[in-house]
Design a protein around this ligand. Structure first.
Ligand code: K7E
Ligand code: CUA
Length: 623
């Protein structure tokens, strides 16, 4: 019973902490001598001794929490929650001026697919991009600081679920819409669905120097729903693919009405050609976006029939094929990129939909893989040996199969109902082929109960041998839609923010601290340091801040402790305000002192033995 939980072995690993000699405890799978995991028990495989670090970062979406979760692999220990689309009192994200502005008033987001920036189809570890399905936003997290650097709202979209993914040199971050919707979100009756509603793909640019997004162009597509997408690699590097469902144009009860057709489509498009067409002026300006309409601008966009209601589609690491997962048809369908290009070249089209030529299924499809009894394939990942791994949502398993032949190599049960899985370096041109993490929707009986709603879970699978081995399972917060796993040494964080005397509003010495009044605005140029706040060093009480009721207060706070991991917080009682300054950072908190009274201020982030003494008072004189 439950032999997939390495319960007993956990204790063994603890006892082994001090030794490096594991051979006596070996019960791991037999494998090649070069596989460093070959002679380890499951517990030893996930055990990372104190002082050593995990080999990989896993950057996981936080679903409708709107956050990014960071784990170490193989330990599966959670390292950090990085707030992206949602305010976070623990870090003051969404409280200080800069992040408040970035969030634009939204208090929730729905983050599905993280995409790490790429160079030559390899993760480069510089940024990770995020989609907000709920509010049409895209975000970039700077992996030097694990801070959200920019957020942009996309016009004309209906929930960019099918993104984000990046082209192989991060030329674009792609965001295809989920819901078709009238452009700009304008009113149009659902009776006018086919004529007034549109699908949109946003092609977003990101400047890595200024760390700012810009909308390159948008592609107008038929009023279908778009589910998931991928960018080509190498030979297919100029192309992107996406799956569609509801080609039935159902406007109600989609569960039944959007599942009628035997085939939906894969949309295949050439982003480089479309970019040229935009540069040639072949677009319409709609709500500030340059939009290409395939009923007017021909070429570069094609459709391929695919088994009904597909979910994921993924290019193989070499870019020569793309694999669609059937969701309602229990099939993985392999398409040949070369054959698709041949059909395009020969104008071998069977039909046209909304100005988009349809390629012949039989000629572009290479193979259908239909493992007996498997149900609900959703997504595909890869290893370094030519194998694909598919998550089966309904039959709750991962299936390993050979891309060249379609041969099923192994199947392992999952607990339970996996959505995506994520392989180490799995979306690059060279996956590592050692770890796969299954991202599961349902935990049921796996952990101590925390009520009717159980946690989601992740399961770590050793894929370095022919037979997959389930090594570890851990509960996680909702909801791990997707994750990418990147080699730890590709991410280079900075230890502190560099001291910058020219930074606006920063103060670096006690003599320069001051409180300035301009009309009803009060600007505090203050310092946070172990273990005090200094708002005005020349004052009788340097940590007192007195303002008048109704004043607009700006607290510009610089942390002058240029020391690793010494972060100070700044909470104001009864004012519902808290923000932080990391070492060397300057942040501004803006608020209106609308409540008269006496309000303690204190450092909320434990920073020294006298952290408790790091406090002051906000005094608001009544009108
Ligand atoms: Cu399959 Cu939003 Cu990637 Cu979840 S999606 S499973
Ligand atoms: Cu500063 Cu606690």
């Amino acid at each position: 019973m439950k032999n997939w939980i390495p319960a007993a072995t956990g204790l063994v690993a603890g006892a082994l902490a001090a030794t490096v000699f594991f051979a006596d405890f070996s019960s791991g799978p037999s494998g090649s001598a070069t596989n460093e995991n070959a002679n380890k028990t499951n517990a030893e495989k996930v055990y990372v001794p104190y002082g050593e670090h995990d080999d990989y970062y896993m950057l996981s979406s936080g679903g409708h929490s709107g956050q990014l979760f960071v784990y170490g692999v193989p330990s599966m220990r959670k390292l950090r929650t990085v707030p992206v689309f949602t305010p976070d009192p623990a870090t003051g994200y969404g409280f200080d001026d800069a992040t408040k502005k970035m969030l634009g008033g939204f208090t929730w987001g729905d983050f599905h697919h993280p995409a790490i920036s790429e160079t030559d189809a390899e993760y480069d570890g510089k940024f990770v991009f995020a989609n907000d399905v709920a509010n049409n936003r895209i975000a970039a997290v700077d992996l030097k600081t694990f801070h959200t650097a920019d957020i942009m709202s996309m016009p004309n979209m209906g929930g960019p679920h099918a993104g984000t993914f990046v082209t192989q040199n991060t030329e674009y971050i792609v965001m295809p819409t989920r819901f078709s919707r009238p452009l700009g979100g304008d009113y149009a009756s659902l009776d006018q669905f086919e004529e007034k509603y549109k699908g949109i793909v946003s092609m977003v640019k990101f400047d890595q120097e200024t760390k700012k997004f810009d909308l390159g162009y948008q592609i107008m597509l038929p009023p279908w729903s778009y589910d998931l997408s991928d960018a080509g690699k190498k030979v297919s590097g100029d192309w992107i693919v996406m799956t569609t469902y509801n080609t039935e144009f159902a406007t109600t009860n989609l569960e039944i009405n959007a599942s009628q057709n035997d085939r939906d489509y894969i949309v295949l498009l050439n982003w480089k050609e479309l970019e040229k067409k935009v540069a040639d002026g072949q677009y319409e300006e709609i709500n500030g976006a340059k939009v290409i309409d395939p009923t007017k601008v021909k070429g570069s966009i094609y459709a391929i029939p695919v088994a009904k209601s597909p979910h994921g589609v993924d290019f193989t690491p070499d870019g020569t094929r793309f694999i669609a997962s059937g969701k309602l048809a229990p099939l993985m369908t392999i398409f040949s990129f070369e054959k698709a290009m041949e059909a395009v070249k020969n104008e071998d089209f069977t039909d046209e939909k909304f100005g988009i030529p349809v390629l012949p299924y039989d000629k572009v499809m290479e193979r259908e893989v239909d493992p007996p009894g498997a149900l609900g394939p959703l997504h595909t990942q890869y290893d370094d040996k030519g194998n694909a791994y598919n998550t089966m949502f309904i039959s709750s398993e991962v299936i390993k199969w050979k891309i060249d032949t379609g041969e099923i190599i192994d199947r392992t049960p999952i607990h339970y109902s996996p959505g995506h899985s994520s392989a180490a370096e799995g979306d690059t041109a060279s996956p590592d082929g050692n770890w796969l993490v299954s991202l599961n929707k349902i935990a049921k009986d796996a952990f101590l109960s925390v009520g009717p709603s159980h946690p989601e879970s992740m399961e770590l699978i050793d894929i370095s041998n022919d037979k997959m081995e389930l090594v570890y399972t851990n509960p996680v917060d909702p909801e791990p839609h997707y994750a990418q796993i990147i080699k730890a040494d590709k991410i280079k964080t900075i230890p502190i923010y560099e001291k910058d005397e020219k930074r606006p509003n920063s103060v670096w010495s006690q003599e320069d601290t001051r409180i300035e009044r301009k009309g009803n605005e009060v600007h505090v140029y203050g310092i946070a340091m172990r273990s005090k706040f200094i708002f005005d060093a020349k004052s009788k009480r340097p940590d007192e801040l007195t303002v008048k009721q109704g004043d607009k207060v700006f607290i510009h706070l610089t942390n002058i402790d240029l020391d690793q991991d010494i972060t100070h917080g700044f909470g104001i009682m009864d004012y519902n305000l808290n923000y932080e300054v990391q070492p060397g950072q300057t942040n501004t908190l803006e608020f209106t002192a609308d409540k008269a009274g006496t309000f303690p201020i204190y450092c909320t982030n434990f920073c020294s033995a006298l952290h408790q003494e790091m406090s002051g008072y906000l005094l608001v004189e009544p009108k």
